[in-house]
Write a new protein. Structure first.
Length: 140
């Protein structure tokens, strides 16, 4: 999972268009602080070594407190992430740490999250994703 690096002012990134942004180890505190100042719901998901679709879906389902009807597949994840009626908020910040950067699952998840960003952008709801890959953690 790769994404463009924002400048180090995460608040500016949160005020911009919805998108996936890369982050470095140690950025979490600044992102959380900027998100809290904007009254955004923060969902922090540690994907440490998870490359299997089922494991990733389970981790996201737990952290988003998905409803019982969540079907544990990509379509169901998209449906839930573009609904979020059970998690009302002024906006959302998803922080993914230690994501595996070069797997088929990462590519699918990146595409899905990009679509979710676009969905919420069309509705004027902030939905930003910050992703730190396992590779960026190793090089920091």
């Amino acid at each position: 999972m790769t994404a463009p690096r924002p400048n180090d002012d995460h608040g500016l990134a949160l005020d911009g268009p919805n998108r996936i942004l890369s982050m470095r180890p140690g950025d979490t505190e600044a992102i959380v602080s900027a998100a809290q100042a904007r009254e955004r719901r923060i969902i922090d998901v540690a994907l440490d070594g998870l490359t299997d679709k089922a494991q990733i879906l389970d981790a996201l389902a737990q952290r988003f407190d998905m409803p019982r009807w969540f079907g544990h597949n990509w379509d169901a994840l998209y449906d839930c992430l573009t609904d979020l009626s059970w998690l009302p908020a002024k906006g959302y910040v998803l922080i993914l740490t230690n994501a595996a950067p070069d797997t088929g699952t990462a590519s699918i998840l990146t595409d899905l999250l990009t679509d979710c960003c676009e969905h919420w952008q069309e509705r004027s709801v902030p939905f930003h994703v910050f992703a730190q890959t396992a590779r960026s953690a190793d090089t920091a």
